[in-house]
Design a protein around this ligand. Sequence first.
Ligand code: IMP
Ligand code: MG
Length: 172
Amino acid sequence: MPLQPEPLFTAQTIHKRIQELAHEIRAAYSDAPPLCLITLKGALHFGSDLTRAMAFSSETDFICARSYADTDSTGEVRLLYTPTAVLRARQVLLIEDILDTGRTASALIAWLEAQGAASCRIAALLDKPSRREVDITPDFTGFTIDDHFVVGYGMDYNERYRELPDIRILEP
Ligand code: IMP
Ligand code: MG
């Protein structure tokens, strides 16, 4: 499957938007900085750039989930890595690459709440609302996109293209 030659978002556009998001998130957590949870692997670059731009003096940890869609597309989400940070009574900011069906983020939020997190908000670089299957909206969104499969800046297609500095559409 070829990549579209022109980026959907250039590295420069991504950088600029992340500075704006960081500003927005700092204002939302003016009383106390959140525990930042970067979802692996897709949000590795976004999480790294966003946490540095926010410049909170707080904890950063990781969480890794894999979603399996069965034939009924109910979708099952399995946790492959859970944070070592204490979650009870914490304000958690979940840093996601993309919300597609919303199943992964929704399962992660349910798990975080079950661990006793005081609040969970989502910062997603990309949002594809047209594909949503569960009722969930990011609290902070980088860009809203149409129904395209995108790669680059951490996002993959079968583990390829994560290293691209910009975000590209993969042609079907
Ligand atoms: P969900 O459908 O919202 O549960 O999305 C699950 C995961 O699928 C996301 O966190 C991404 O890692 C991945 N994903 C969804 N859409 C795309 C895409 O367009 N490109 C790359 N990965 C995607
Ligand atoms: Mg992924």
